[in-house]
Design a protein around this ligand. Structure first.
Ligand code: CO8
Length: 261
């Protein structure tokens, strides 16, 4: 499988997908979300693969949706495209994967990057990991599960504070709060995550798949309703001038001047 924005390798029953836009901090543009979706679908269909490992770079897992690409859109243009940032490709592929998907996170996992890690079945974090939903800073909100999955993972108080202020959580707080399964030294992240994935890949595939489904049932009841609500609300933020101002300000490296304070 050859893609530009994601690298894919299969080793010992594990499909390893690496986000690959290092110059843009692995920002999730439409090419990446599309290629990631194709990569996960292909690994899901590959009988040699029994567990999927999703990772980014040493400094950043992913810094969220590509603000510079997204800022070219308004509500009408996104509506015409059927809201491609949140509806298609990788989100559906990760959600529907029957094989376990592990996120190995070093550095920033922000906005859509944090949402992507949380969409996986569990997260192993390097001690350098930082999680956050900073969308409020650019006048919008989480749109791919942040308000729902973060709240389920860390509870209302922390999720509310993080989404309303953009405060990041470091690896230690993330582990204490239940967002990640464990922390490992940064230089050991990939090996530790790979070992875990290989262990899962060595187990009975149908039992693994059924356990994954059953554990997800424990947290996913009502998630679909919450995700639908969040998606509509996220889309609606593109109707506000503050959203365009926030994204333009980011690209122009200045502070946003929000009108609706
Ligand atoms: N989009 C586009 N470009 C980005 C992004 C981004 N999200 N993040 C970083 N970059 C670019 C920078 O513009 C910069 O480019 P250039 O070199 O051309 O100036 C380059 O990556 C390096 O970034 P910085 O110079 O800013 O690096 P720092 O180490 O100083 O800071 C940070 C790193 C803290 C990660 C900082 O870049 C940052 O705050 N980024 C934005 C984080 C953010 O707000 N994320 C939320 C985005 S909105 C979102 O995710 C909505 C989710 C909706 C659903 C998901 C859809 C896919």
């Amino acid at each position: 499988m050859e893609f530009e924005t994601v690298l894919v390798e299969v080793r010992d029953g594990v499909g390893i997908v690496t986000l690959n836009r290092p110059k843009a901090m692995n920002a999730l543009n439409l090419q990446l979300t599309s290629e990631l979706g194709q990569a996960i679908d292909a690994l899901e269909a590959d009988n040699n693969v029994r567990c999927i490992l999703l990772t980014g770079g040493e400094q950043v897992f992913a810094a969220g949706a590509d603000i510079k690409e997204m800022k070219e859109h308004n509500f009408a243009s996104l509506y015409a495209l059927n809201f491609p940032y949140v509806k298609r490709d990788c989100w559906r592929a990760i959600d529907e994967a029957r094989k376990p998907v592990i996120a190995a996170v070093a550095g920033f996992a922000l906005g859509g990057g944090c949402e992507m890690a949380m969409a996986c079945d569990f997260i192993i974090a390097a001690e350098t990991a930082k999680f956050g939903q900073p969308e409020i800073g650019i006048g919008t909100m989480p749109g791919a599960g942040g308000t729902q999955r973060l709240t389920k993972a860390v509870g209302k108080a922390k999720a509310m504070e993080m989404c309303l202020t953009g405060r990041m959580m470091d690896a230690e707080e993330a582990e204490r709060s239940g967002l990640v399964s464990r922390i490992v030294p940064a230089e050991e992240l990939l090996e530790a995550a790979f070992k875990t994935a290989r262990k899962i890949a060595s187990n009975s595939a149908p039992a693994v798949s059924m356990i994954k489904q059953a554990v997800n049932m424990a947290v996913d009841a009502h998630l679909a309703d919450g995700l639908r609500h969040e998606r509509h609300a996220f889309q609606s933020t593109f109707a506000f001038e503050d959203c365009a101002e926030g994204m333009n300000a980011f690209a122009e490296k200045r502070k946003p001047e929000f009108k609706h304070r």
